[in-house]
Design a protein around this ligand. Structure first.
Ligand code: TMP
Length: 214
C-alpha cells in the first residue's frame, strides 16, 4: 500500500484532463516543453499506463471487445495507478523532477464516477488506499462542448472501448469534471479548448506561470 505522502515533494505533479477530442496530446507536449524551457527536468507519462504492468492493464481496459463491469474497470484503473505511483511518479517527484501526467485520479471520478455511476465514497476509499489522497499541484481541464468533441472524433476509425460510448456518457463525464473543478478551482483550471490553439496555449502558459513562481 502506498503510504500517505507526508513530506513535501521536491518536484511538482501536473495533470491534463478532459473528455475525448479536447486536444490533450498537443497540449501535453506543450506543457512539457514550457516546463523544460523554465529549466525543469520533466517526466511525461500517462494513465492508465506509464509502467509495463500499467500498459498491459491499459490494453485490457481499452480493448473494444468484451464486457468489463464498472467496478472491475475502476479497480483496474487503480491497479495501474498503484504501480505508476510507486515506480514512476513518486520517485520522479522525490528527485525533484516535474511530472506531467495525461490523466490521474480526477479521470476516475469523471469516468467511473460520473460516467459509470460508481458512488463517490468507493472512489475516495480507493484513492486513499492507493495514493494516500495525493493531489496534483495543478490540473488543466481542457473543456469543449460535446458537439465539438464529437466533431473532432468523427471519421476516426479504430475506436477504443471508451470512445465507443454514446454521447450521454460523455455528457456525464464532462459534467463531473466541471463539478470537480468547481470544488477545487485553485487546483483544477478549466481551459476553454474550443478556441484556436494559440489562445488555448496562452491560457495554459498563464496557469503554468502561477505554479512556476511558487
Ligand atoms: P486516453 O486515451 O485519453 O489516454 O485515456 C484512456 C481512456 O481511459 C480514456 O477514455 C479515459 C479512461 N480513463 C478512465 O476511465 N478512468 C481513469 O481513471 C483514467 C486514468 C482513464
Amino acid at each position: 500500500m502506498n503510504k500517505p505522502v507526508a513530506a513535501p515533494l521536491a518536484g511538482r505533479l501536473i495533470t491534463v484532463e478532459g473528455i475525448e477530442g479536447v486536444g490533450k496530446s498537443t497540449n501535453l507536449a506543450f506543457v512539457a516543453a514550457e516546463l523544460q524551457r523554465a529549466g525543469h527536468e520533466v517526466v511525461l507519462t500517462r494513465e492508465p499506463g506509464g509502467t509495463p504492468l500499467g500498459e498491459r492493464i491499459r490494453e485490457l481496459l481499452l480493448h473494444p471487445e468484451g464486457e468489463i463491469v464498472p467496478m472491475a474497470e475502476l479497480l483496474l484503473m487503480f491497479a495501474a495507478r498503484a504501480a505508476h505511483l510507486e515506480q514512476v511518479i513518486l520517485p520522479a517527484l522525490r528527485s525533484g523532477r516535474w511530472v506531467v501526467c495525461d490523466r490521474f485520479t480526477d479521470a476516475s471520478h469523471a469516468y467511473q464516477g460520473g460516467g459509470r455511476g460508481i458512488p463517490v465514497p468507493a472512489i475516495q476509499m480507493l484513492d486513499q488506499l492507493v495514493t494516500g489522497g495525493l493531489r496534483p499541484d495543478l490540473s488543466l481541464l481542457l473543456d469543449v462542448p460535446l458537439e465539438v468533441s464529437a466533431e473532432r472524433q468523427a471519421g476516426r476509425g479504430d475506436r477504443d472501448r471508451f470512445e465507443r460510448e454514446a454521447s450521454p456518457f460523455f455528457s456525464r463525464v464532462r459534467a463531473r469534471y466541471l463539478e470537480l473543478a468547481q470544488a477545487e478551482p485553485e487546483r483544477i483550471r478549466v481551459i476553454d479548448a474550443a478556441r484556436p490553439l494559440p489562445e488555448v496555449q496562452a491560457t495554459i502558459r498563464l496557469a503554468l506561470q502561477d505554479i512556476l513562481v511558487q
